[in-house]
Design a protein around this ligand. Structure first.
Ligand code: ADP
Ligand code: MG
Ligand code: MG
Length: 869
């Protein structure tokens, strides 16, 4: 079997086999661009490596050697040749790009002899030893797991001793000293000498890349981005070109359009006399790519031409890595560039305008999850006027964020877990910070450019981010940041604006933006191509208004008990729950009726002729019960009952397992007066609004937690009796539906029967997931982490629908229901209604709509369109 491909044997379509980087290197080679030659070891070799117990099969080793020979022929250099050595980079590259996740090794093939050969061949000793010290450090770090800070410390020490500000100030002699010290450190750490055999270096490096597929940060990144763990990574072995050969050399990265705003203009950074990651690591501050225009106009023009060619070829914005070796340009990577949501939308719409792609392609180009960024708040204009920026950095990822400062990823994670809003403040970030970055509202760094790690990752996550804020000094030890004479301590509030780069002291109020401009155009296309309708889960007029603005076509779930969480109303609710007689209960319900009616009137008014689905009471009883004696006493007084008696009642209502207890429709079965009151509130509200506005309001009454047809029928009869009577008396016509939430597995299993009576289904996938897995949402957090680590589950089934198990119930319930009642309207209203991959599933199994939280409505619209295209 073929496990190795030369760059000229592949093309862009072979991404699964060659990885993204390998496939694009092959494609660029095919296009005749100046790519240093090399070969790719396939992702299948990686999978095989794991199958073979983390060893490389002899057959693969043989193919690697064979291709190494080929590379020697093409380059005219020999691997390990002490006179004119061939050096290579060993680069990872999975199917989808995982920035900074996997490690790359440069200058491989150097040893004590070849470094001398390199110095002679290039007549540049400084360069040779600079390359060697980089190689020793990378190899030791990536392959042997030696902490790279130990190397950095040695480098810093020697720099200080020589009075050198930058690496580039070090002389050949200095670098020889660095190499010597590095090798000593290696021996001290590993007990053996630094490996001198290039073949051994190569195989060890390949293995290390395979291993890095399973390093913790790669695993976290995969989980955050829904990447399956069995894809594996390819390895690219490429002959080196050198940006560190002097001041006619350098390395850079560029985007063909601005990745933050989408503006059509070459955007990039360049660093003279540098190699590899120097540009993004923030070691020296890079220059904008436009400066190349003056210093090396020919190279610049050639680069612009290639960039345009690549963009036209891939029909998308490209993120390009290049190196200039002694005035000659080389292309090292191209890929579809990561971008903010704002840029993604502008670029997609612009590309349609430019005639490069069509509307459907444009709709597919924007990641629905990313839209979240645009629906994120900006600073309230008034509040912003009053605030004065104290520092300014680069606007790396747009959006406004306010929160408490934490200086390490771990502390940020901990603070976010305990419910705090966090701004992660670091000198610069590294892949180890990824979890801290994911849990932060905003990220601030003091070093690094627009393509630094922090900037790239934050844009991907849609987290507001300001980088390179040089006005601020961080003392990580003391946990303080100083800006001039302002001192910011851990836990203090700051605010950052990722669109302007401004940093403010204190908390600034934020507001939600609206959908306009290119965003509105793209959403219009999405609406044109989707089949699924999108409704919102909204309990309050405020939520309903936001949902409508974001394009919701009705309310798919209004939870009536959520209307009672506020202080004024909770006593009435409690009275109702702990009532002992029907009379007491009716009295409490009387108090609730007008409140509910006015709630519903507001919802109907806002939604006009869109359907509004109201779920009957499903109170998690324990959330409403008074707990403290004090609360019980107060309530007892209000109700005019003795404290002891009430306390006893509260005790008696405690359940062993409230989630599987006396809740949902079981409550209404035991106390039908609750269903009667709620029906009255809903129908009267609908009639009032219809009379007032003339709009054909569409109430839908949803019975929760049904598991049996007779249970449903019992309640439906009560609802219909009350409703029809009110309607008759009102003298106006009103259509309403009675349906059920399918959330008990038995309901899905007997959906054909339940559909005889139910006029609509809405899958309540939160409870359905809970009951299908048999673990509670509130407790699963404790053990799910372990399940991810052990690869038993790869994602949280409460966030992303478990299509295999829970999904089977959804599919079956839908099919069975529609068999009985072809016009049965079926939707989903769990958390999953706003999750793109779950929406895709809902489309596939023939649901009619999804209902998502208001802020996720645009995400759902786009995801529904993508599912349909
Ligand atoms: P990543 O996926 O993290 O970007 P890369 O494999 O692209 O890692 O490599 C890291 C850095 O090394 C990049 O800046 C790249 O341009 C540089 N690099 C990789 N291979 C070579 C090579 N053959 N010659 C010169 N520079 C290289
Ligand atoms: Mg790269
Ligand atoms: Mg439920």
């Amino acid at each position: 079997k073929k496990y190795v491909y030369f760059f000229n044997e592949g093309d862009a379509s072979m991404r699964d086999l060659l990885g993204g980087k390998g496939a694009n290197l092959a494609e660029m080679t095919r296009l005749g661009l100046p790519v240093p030659p090399g070969f790719t070891v396939t992702t299948e070799a990686c999978t095989r490596y794991y199958e073979d117990g983390e060893t490389i099969a002899p057959e693969i080793v043989e193919q690697i050697h064979e291709y190494m020979k080929k590379l020697e022929e093409v380059t005219g250099k020999k691997f390990g040749d002490p006179n004119n050595p061939l050096l290579v980079s060993v680069r990872s590259g999975a199917r989808v790009s995982m920035p900074g996740m996997m490690d790359t090794i440069l200058n491989l093939g150097l040893n004590d002899e070849t470094v001398e050969g390199l110095a002679r061949a290039t007549n540049n000793e400084r360069f040779a030893y600079d390359s060697y010290r980089r190689f020793i450090q990378m190899f030791s770090d990536v392959v042997m797991g030696i902490d790279k800070n130990k190397f950095e410390a040695i480098l810093d020490e020697i720099k200080e001793k020589r009075g050198a500000k930058f690496d580039t100030d070090l002389t050949a002699e200095d670098l020889k000293e660095v190499v010597k010290r590095f090798k000593e450190l290696y021996k001290q750490e590993k007990g053996v000498d630094f490996p001198q055999d290039p073949q051994e270096q190569l195989l060890e490096a390949v293995k290390a890349v395979f291993r890095s597929w399973n390093n913790p940060r790669a695993i976290v990144y995969r989980r955050l981005n829904d990447i399956p763990s069995d894809w594996g990574t390819a390895v690219n072995v490429q002959s080196m070109v050198f940006g560190n050969m002097g001041n006619d050399s350098g390395t850079g990265v560029a985007f063909t359009r601005n990745p933050a705003t989408g503006e059509k203009a070459l955007f990039g950074e360049f660093l003279m006399n540098a190699q590899g990651e120097d540009v993004v690591a923030g070691i020296r501050t890079p220059q904008p790519i436009s400066t190349l225009k003056e210093t090396m106009p020919e190279v610049y023009n050639q680069f612009v031409e290639i960039a345009e060619k690549l963009e036209k070829h891939y029909k998308d914005m490209q993120d390009i890595e290049f190196t200039i070796e002694r005035g000659k340009l080389y292309m090292l990577q191209t890929r579809n560039g990561k971008r903010t949501a704002q840029a993604a939308i502008k670029i997609a719409v612009d590309l349609v305008r430019e005639g490069l792609i069509d509307e459907k392609t444009a709709v597919l180009r924007v990641d629905p999850k990313q839209l979240d960024q645009l629906l994120h708040p900006t600073f309230e204009p008034e509040a912003l006027k009053a605030a004065k920026p104290v520092a300014k950095g680069l606007p790396a990822s747009p959006g406004a964020a306010s929160g408490k400062v934490y200086f390490t990823a771990d502390e940020a994670v901990a603070a976010a877990k305990s419910g705090e809003k966090v701004i992660l403040v670091r000198t610069e970030t590294s892949p180890d910070d990824i979890e801290g970055m994911a849990s932060a509202e905003g990220i601030l760094t003091t070093r690094g450019g627009m393509t630094s790690h922090a900037a790239v990752v934050a844009r991907g996550m849609g987290t507001p981010c300001v980088v390179g804020c040089g006005d601020a000094r961080i003392d990580e030890q003391a946990k303080v940041m100083r800006i001039g004479d302002i001192v910011v301590r851990e836990g203090d509030y700051i605010s950052i604006d990722g669109s302007t780069g401004n940093v403010y002291i204190g908390e600034i109020k934020t507001v939600t933006p609206e959908i306009s401009g290119d965003f509105a155009i793209l959403m219009g296309w999405a609406d044109k191509y989707r089949r699924l309708r999108v409704k919102a889960n909204a309990d309050t007029p405020r939520d309903a208004k936001i949902a409508l603005e974001f394009g919701a076509e009705g309310i798919g779930l209004a939870r009536t008990e959520h209307m009672f969480f506020d202080e004024e109303r909770i006593p009435a609710m409690r009275e109702m729950i702990i009532a002992k007689t029907e009379e007491q209960r009716r009295k409490a319900l009387e108090k609730i009726l007008p409140m509910q009616r006015s709630d519903f009137e507001q919802l109907f008014e806002i939604m006009g002729e869109y359907p509004v689905t109201i779920r009957l009471l499903d109170p998690p009883l324990h959330e409403f019960l008074p707990h403290l004696d004090e609360e019980i006493r107060e309530l007892a007084e209000d109700m005019g009952v003795p404290f002891e008696e009430l306390k006893a009642t509260v005790e008696s209502l405690k359940e062993f397992n409230p989630m599987l207890g006396h809740r949902g429709c079981r409550l209404a079965v035991t106390y039908p007066e609750i269903a009667e009151m709620q029906t009255r509130a809903i129908i009267e509200a609908a009639i009032n609004v219809k009379k007032r506005t003339g709009k054909d309001v569409k109430p839908q009454i949803m019975i929760p937690l049904v598991g049996e047809l007779k249970e449903f029928k019992y309640l439906k009869d009560i609802i219909v009796k009350v409703a029809d009577e009110i309607i008759k008396q009102s003298g106006i016509e009103l259509k309403y539906l009675v349906g059920t939430m399918v959330e008990v597995p038995r309901a899905a299993l007997t959906a054909d029967k339940i559909a005889k009576e139910a006029e609509f289904f809405s899958f309540g996938t939160n409870d359905l997931t809970q009951m299908t897995f048999g673990f509670s949402r509130d407790d699963a957090g404790k053990f799910l982490e372990t399940y991810y680590e052990k690869k038993i589950y790869e994602f949280d089934p409460f966030e992303k629908l478990d299509q295999e198990g829970v999904g089977k119930l959804v599919e079956m319930g839908t099919k069975l229901g529609k068999q009985t009642r072809p016009d049965l309207e079926v939707g989903i209203c769990g958390e999953h209604g706003g999750d793109p991959s779950s929406i895709e599933f809902c489309h596939r199994v023939g649901l009619d709509y999804v209902s998502a939280s208001p802020y996720r409505v645009p995400i759902a619209r786009l995801a529904a369109a993508q599912a349909a295209i």
